[in-house]
Design a protein around this ligand. Sequence first.
Ligand code: COA
Length: 395
Amino acid sequence: MEFSDVESCVQDFSDLGAEYKVLEELNREYINKLEEVGDLQAKCMKGINHQRYRLGIVNRSIKTLSRNISTNDAKQDAIRGLEKDLLRRMAQLHEMEQSLPKQNGLYLKIILGNVNVSILNKNDKFRYKDEYEKFKLILSMIGFILSVVNLFTNFRALELSFMFLLVWYYCTLTIRESILKVNGSRIKGWWRLHHFISTVVSGVLLIWPNTRAWYEFREQFMWFNVYISVVQYLQFRYQQGVLYRLKALGERHNMDITIEGFHSWMWRGLSFLLPFLYVGYIYQLYNAYTLYKLIFHPEATWQVPVLSALFFVLFLGNTVTTSMVIPQKLQEQVKLKYQLVGLERLSWGGSKHHASSQNQSSPTQMDAHSASHNHVKYLPEAGSVKTSSEVKKEQ
Ligand code: COA
């Protein structure tokens, strides 16, 4: 709708002025609240640092004291109780930290500058991680199609587009993973380094000249990508399962799924996935070996030894890191059982050694995800721990 004369326009603009005043007031209030939030965040961060500092002193003191007390001394019980409380408080502080902004790492500072990438809401964090997994899946499916097409055709342009896609994909992964890390992800350093190395591998492949040496390796490389895409699909299924189950654990207060139930699902998932992963690593070793033999090819360029070394590093790093996951998770499970008993006692007000009122208050709704990684497993309702037969039934 348009106005037919100037007077109506002037009148309408002046009416709008009144509404603008309200909007201006609202915006001022919003800016004040933002400043307030900034102040509260700074205070919380200071408080957390202070708590950590004091907890550190208590922790060091009880370590020294427990060495000087005989094992059957009653004070040992008090020390054990205090140790559990310390663990629990550390987990609570970690949980608090998840709602506060964090500094970017060096890599993010270099590529993005000092922009704030902290996600302060749990649901948004979950969505970001979910998106990251889906992004990997979609790109690996595209990779699968491109490698199959490359296997049955021989277009240099298509080959180069595939390599370029790989460079972009791994580069993007390193950025997304750095953002995940800022937001509390426990992704191991190796997997991030692995994606940096993969970016270099794809870059070197992109500039490998179109020689006979390349054609000796081309088919093996395309089959490798087909296989890796399939493995990535299986990894996606596993990671989605973990993500959604942990979310359920955190949200539904342990009525439908227990930590034990989650662990038994996780072991089944891992035992299915691991053989595929190890075959992939052997394939990486085989790539390194084929490239090593190609070093002596008359048309070999510098890319051949570099790629051979990089594939070997990938094989080694992947094998060592994945092999470390199993004992680490076993240890986690043993600790889980131990702590379930300990925390159950605490949450029922059973910490008789030092009457800290906060232990008797209602348990903090600790995020099961961070708990599972923190090695401090906490059930919102201690009474809802299910027996293993119940867990089996529910699966
Ligand atoms: N890439 C990206 N993130 C990974 C990862 C990987 N390869 N492996 C684990 N993570 C993430 C997890 O999602 C989790 O993130 P969160 O803290 O944000 O929830 C965190 O790292 C800790 O995971 P962790 O508990 O150590 O392991 P997991 O049970 O999630 O996964 C494996 C264990 C072995 C299944 C997984 O590490 C994996 O798939 N590794 C193989 C990767 C590989 O070899 N790729 C090349 C194929 S040849």
